[in-house]
Design a protein around this ligand. Structure first.
Ligand SMILES: [Zn+2]
Length: 160
């Protein structure tokens, strides 16, 4: 089988509970995964990270397609992507960062109704991250720590 490389296909799959039923994770982010929510964009941790520091940036407005965004919204979204990129570089000093959008379910998108950009820090030989962290408890503790570190770095890069 030919392997298509797209780390952001490991999507956040929201568990529906009574309290969050039908709620979009970008419009109503869960506190423990929220990195930043401002006027222009939102940044959340991926619940099922491909690598340590896997985050997602979404535009403020709820909408699924790139062609629905205005020029202004694109600018704001990619300003957010740039801040997120800088914060990841500062936090992890990765050897690379994958940046990508899944548009539509067959592209691998887990959340299809609110556009978002994945940022996945990469290191040589990092492909074993998920199997290593297959324990859900370990993953969530890990994400909590990552979130605090990225939040701090983001504050620094956004304040120039
Ligand atoms: Zn939304």
């Amino acid at each position: 089988m030919k392997k298509i490389f797209a780390p952001w296909r490991m999507e956040y799959i929201s568990k529906e509970t009574e309290s969050n039923k039908g709620k979009c994770i970008f419009c109503f982010p869960e506190k423990e995964y929220l990195v930043y929510k401002g006027r222009d964009f939102t940044i959340v941790m991926n619940k099922y990270p491909y690598t340590n520091g896997h985050i997602m940036v979404s535009p403020k407005r709820h909408g699924k397609n790139l062609d629905e965004l205005t020029q202004g919204e694109i600018t704001k979204l990619f300003t957010g992507v740039q801040f997120a990129y800088k914060a990841l570089k500062k936090t992890y000093k990765p050897q690379g960062i994958n940046i990508g959008i899944n548009s539509g379910k067959c592209s691998g998108a887990g959340i299809t109704n609110h556009l978002h950009v994945h940022l996945v820090p990469r290191w040589e030989g990092d492909t074993n991250f998920m199997p290593v962290l297959s324990d859900t408890k370990i993953i969530s503790e890990h994400i909590e720590q990552s979130r605090e570190r990225i939040k701090k770095a983001l504050k620094e890069v956004m304040n120039g």
